[in-house]
Design a protein around this ligand. Structure first.
Ligand SMILES: Cc1ncc(COP(=O)(O)O)c(C=O)c1O
Length: 453
């Protein structure tokens, strides 16, 4: 018997009742991906309020690389509850904050002196990275990329690329933000082909300095090593080498947003390692807290020390429970060799997805780094028109058949994998089976609905 056990039609009556209450009490603007409400979770399994057991390939949007309720995380949090809950590092500081900063300084790429501060969310960490970069350089401008996602606060929404639903209606946006196409090779903005293109998109930074903003006005370039919400697009190593080199030539800082790529997801603790990047500032969040809210900015010590006392920080940043969880996440990552596991999961997914691609032309692209894998669905391999409705049908089918999975992409036509890295192999295979059935059902339904020529 498999891990998935469906007892009611999904969503079941208890989930439906909660949906009715949710509609009354909670704003529509908060997106909810799955139709079921969770009652309990362990590892890669979720039980909903109707007793359905489902596989979780979403991990609360990539926050559970160590799985739901990882034993070390639970033990560490329970022990911390018996000591103190909140003190505020800016009032009466505590040792676990320093110890985790030390771990982050040692674990992030770059053999220079580093410092780390903790905050509550990915967006807050990006905000702080930008503040620190501006303060250090004394420059106002930030360069970001198309298809990037950096959060929903005013500044991070301004850095984010996708208009609907993230930006439309929420302007005016923060100023001094300049944007270039990302190295999205499947949809190259310049119509070029990698590697013959010589990463033209990276060199375009120099063009931007002539046409958009003077290099000496730019504090930082911020990029995700692999686009997350933008569709799991790994930028080629060469792209980052070029961008980093140009930044160095102009005294511009490079900020790596590793909120979604971090903590083993891409087959290394940080994706920057895999791409040969040594960012001046690295932003992490999500899986760092093992299920509790925690985010960090780690960077060159002299850069991090630029703001004056009281210029950065916050009431809850580096909450003791989240810090305890994060220490346990570090242990779990090392003991369970989860970065290696990520690589294995990615290879297995690629093998399976290649078979799907050979079967269904609707699979336009398969891509990823480590376990951060995705398929991009298209209407037609020639035009590469995004097949958003098809992706929605696949996701819906998965949810109805016990697999929690998320879409992604600027065009909403990507299916992404954010599975816990320690998922048992049979459960991973079972999840892929469901995904395969979902693809088959959606493709066949679409073919039946399309009139023959
Ligand atoms: C790359 C990236 N940066 C920033 C954020 C924002 O993080 P948060 O939702 O914790 O504010 C996200 C969230 O998905 C993300 O994927």
């Amino acid at each position: 018997m498999g891990a998935i056990q469906i007892r009611t039609k999904i969503p079941g009556p208890a989930s439906q009742a909660l949906w009715r209450r949710r509609r009354e009490a909670v704003p529509e603007g908060i997106y909810t991906a799955a139709p079921v409400f969770i009652a309990h979770a362990d590892g890669a399994l979720i039980e909903d309020v109707d007793g359905n057991r489902m596989l979780d390939f979403a991990g609360g949007i990539g926050c559970l690389n160590v799985g739901h309720r990882a034993p070390r995380v639970l033990a560490a949090v329970r022990a911390q509850i018996d000591r103190y809950l909140h003190a505020c590092f800016s009032v009466t500081p505590y040792e676990p904050y320093i110890a985790l900063a030390e771990k982050m300084n040692a674990a992030t790429p770059g053999k220079f002196a580093k410092k780390t501060m903790f905050v509550n969310s990915g967006a807050e960490a990006v905000e702080n990275a930008v503040k620190i970069a501006r303060c250090y350089t004394g420059r106002p401008a930030i360069v970001c990329f198309e298809d990037a996602f950096h959060g929903r606060t005013l500044l991070t929404m301004s850095l984010t690329s996708k208009t609907h639903p993230y930006k439309a209606g929420f302007g005016p946006f923060a100023g001094e933000i300049y944007r270039l196409p990302y190295a999205y090779c499947y949809r190259c903005a310049y119509g070029l082909k990698f590697p013959e293109c010589g990463v033209h998109c990276g060199h375009e930074l120099n063009t931007l300095f002539q046409r958009g903003v003077a290099a000496e006005s730019v504090a930082a370039v911020i990029a995700e090593p692999v686009l997350g919400e933008g569709g799991f697009v790994p930028g080629p190593r060469e792209f980052f080498q070029v961008v980093q080199q140009i930044c160095r030539e102009h005294g511009i800082l490079f900020i790596a947003d590793e909120v979604q790529t971090g903590f083993g997801r891409t087959g290394a603790l940080f994706a920057c390692e895999r791409l040969g990047i040594e960012p001046d500032l690295l932003v992490s969040a999500k899986s760092l807290g093992g299920g509790l809210p925690l985010a960090a900015v780690t960077g060159r010590a002299e850069v991090m020390d630029a703001p004056g006392v009281g210029g950065i920080g916050g009431t809850f940043g580096g909450n003791p429970l989240s810090l305890a969880a994060a220490h346990a996440v570090f242990e779990t990552m090392a003991e369970e060799k989860l970065a290696t596991r990520a690589e294995e999961l990615g290879e297995r997914f690629q093998a399976r997805a290649k078979y799907w691609k050979s079967r269904w032309p609707e699979i336009g692209d398969i891509r990823g780094l480590g376990a951060m894998q995705a398929i991009e669905l298209v209407e037609n391999t020639g035009t590469r028109a995004p097949a958003k409705a098809l992706a929605e049908a696949v996701v819906r089918h998965c949810h109805e058949h016990g697999l929690i999975i998320l879409p992604a992409g600027t065009f909403g036509n990507v299916i992404r994998l954010l599975v816990p890295l320690n998922i048992p192999r049979p459960q991973f295979e079972e999840g892929l089976e469901v995904l395969e059935s979902a693809l088959m059902a959606a493709v066949e339904k679409r073919a039946a609905a399309t009139p023959a020529d």
